[in-house]
Write a protein that binds this ligand. Sequence first.
Ligand code: BES
Ligand code: ZN
Length: 856
Amino acid sequence: MTDVDPYRLPTTVTPSRYELRLEPDLEGASFTGTVAIAVDVHEAVAEIVMNALDLEITEAWVEPADGWRQPAEIGLDEGTERLTLTLAEALAPGPYTVQVQFSGVLNDKLRGFYRSTFTDAGGTSRTLAVTQMEATHARRAFPCWDEPEAKAVFGVTLVVDDDLLALSNGAELDRTPTDDGRVAVRFADTMKMSTYLVAFIVGPLEVTEPLDAGGTPLRIAHPLGQGHLTDFALDVGRFSLDFFEDYYGIPYPGGKLDLIAVPDFAFGAMENLGAVTFREVLLLVDPARATQPEQERVVDVIAHELAHMWFGDLVTMKWWNGIWLNEAFATFMEILTTDAYRPEWDRWTSFGMERSMALDTDALAATRPIEYPVVSPDEAEGMFDVLTYQKGASVVRMLEQYLGAERFRDGIRKYLSTHSYGNTETTDLWDAIEQASGEPVRAIMDSWIFQGGHPMVSAELLDDGTTLRLRQEPFRYLDTGDDPDFAGRTWLVPVLLRHGSGDGEGTTERLLLDGTQLDVDLGTTPDWVVVNSGGSGVYRVRYATGLRQALAGRAQTLLSPLERYGLVEDAWAAVVAGASTVEEFLDLARTFADETDLSVWQRLTAALGSIDRLVPDGERARWQAHIRALLAPALRRLGDEPEEGESDRTSTLRAVLFEAVGTLGDDEDVQRRAGEIDARSAQQDAGVDPELAAAAVRVRAAKGDAALFDEFVERSDAADTPQESLRYLGALADFSDPEQFQRFLDRTLTDDIRTQDAPFLLRRSLVNRANGPTAWTFIRQNWDVVNSRFPSSGIPRLLEGVRTFTDAAVANDVRGFLDEHPLPQGAKQVAQHLERMQATVALAEREAPKVAGSFR
Ligand code: BES
Ligand code: ZN
């Protein structure tokens, strides 16, 4: 192989064990360290090349097993993020120890070894030092072979003040006092693993008593004073460990497990082996005060990270192009686990929303194949997107449903046991499932992984009445005409087809649509046909008129909630693509008046929210009345308050409708009640339903004045759970009043709002119908501050809000600016946001002039 890729390290020298000693100085925001790396030299070399970045290297040398130490000349290259140690005399093949002494800064960018702060109960600001290594930041904490394939054992020692908690991947072995009054905490060796999974956490944290989870000591670590919010996570952690040991058929690969809440965190959570880190809001929760979606998110995230302990940590991708499988699979397992933990939450139905998000990007020319070449660290960072997670998990789910859960699981077990402690390519998984199932798994999956986009499958009954003709074509919102191979693209589409007569259950058939067309002999003439039976297929369905009418009349009796969800979803996608109209969509929406499922209503109200942006001001009052007429009956059916024993999803549905009627419908009665409910929750009234309490906050914000703004700021700061704090904080982005909105914008660049939260809040402010363009102007004007202040992964996420812009002039301004200010870490995502924005503008141009006619 020629050495053309400056980001890949030579494999002439490979590490097997790191002995790492780190001394963080929390107040001084710095650290020093030494590392002794046991390496194998495979061929004679005079140079050892590894990764290091933003570190000062003070000294380095190399020692053979028995011999004299050879000092090394130190060369750092910032561009390739490498450290080269040059030796006077070449090393013969064999084992050596590489020693490096270094120092660095505990940064504020939430990556590598960084600082996080919180204010304790006494009002004092406290500091932690914590790590975030994935994807390529371990090199900022210590010199290392920072590539997933360079697996090694890590023996960590942290030198800290005796009153601080120190955690790492392994269990604490011993604490030895140092000369200067501190203590050296030594941790057990890790299993052989990748550098991106290493973690150290030092600070004024507390930790719960260990809970014995099937032999694994499980604890929750958290900033001082939050111990009362840990029971839920402990229960979920224990459940998940048990679930995975059973599903994978392999014991938990770590020695202990700590789940650690960190006040400043760039991502949601991180799967460091045995020391999983989380945003506070995704770990610490009081189930009596949290909404079902808030609790569900906590379960999801814990399950997701623990799924990685095997899939990702024990078996790891060779390189970052494989990150999609790591994340897609963990997302799939997350849903599976949450579904097992709380079957009544019907998690596979609500997963429809996540698939919609993925397909909304995948319907663009700027989409990408799920698996995609990755060279530079920026490109690795760009992989963590909706196509990796949500589309990836959707195609995994489609495969699982097509093969059957057991055959799929058998393949997973085989894959994990074959490759434990090793590294893999995506195809290794398909091969394992193919062997376990005897199905053409690799061919099917290659068609979904290596090309972007997804198909629209159309169905018509031929004149003989018994032959169903299925055809596929690629689905896309905008015809950009610049992609010659697009029109001919096909997928191997696993189709579950159900057909029958009357209200009967019908018969289900498994088919593989290979090529553009498939004729299926049904044997008899069906009353109805469901093409994506079960609703897990990653494709849109278009029924010929007769078939569509047959389903529409029977949707509530014949279709599962996820199938009904798909019907609404596909109908709305057709509107965005210009293949259907708002009028047709609203006609369909009216047939859902009796709908009872949360996800279906969420899909409907989301579409109504999009239509809301198309309505001219002069027609708004009439549109609001239309919304009320559409939603109020369903809200009334549910009653004002939760009934004894009702399901969580029902309570959430009440809140979804309540919020939509109060905001989109501008309903005064709901707004008045929102005020009452929020006042009661301010009094800590335990009788207030958390769902309605959360919805009330958003309803109030839409109509809020300066006094309410002040109140929300105060309640966010004083809240005693992270969820409530975020509820009030997030609602600041929803104010319609321009003056309050400006106050919100100004706060996003101050220390009043954590840099971990600001990008999400700014995204939400871009979506604010009245003020989105103002938010854009603000971001544009403060572009340099935004980019230097926030974690880099936050910027492309923040920009996602521009997708909702309907005004061509604003859209042009966005496009012009972002063309001139490219984001290296998010080039693809930005291109997608811009194209999606263009689709919104096109929708507005088509529909706005006539939209008033569609709700007469
Ligand atoms: N490995 C990721 C965290 C991560 C993301 C590290 C991007 C580096 C770059 C972790 O397993 C993860 O997926 N976290 C999610 C939460 C999850 C429940 C979807 C996240 O942080 O958004
Ligand atoms: Zn993950």
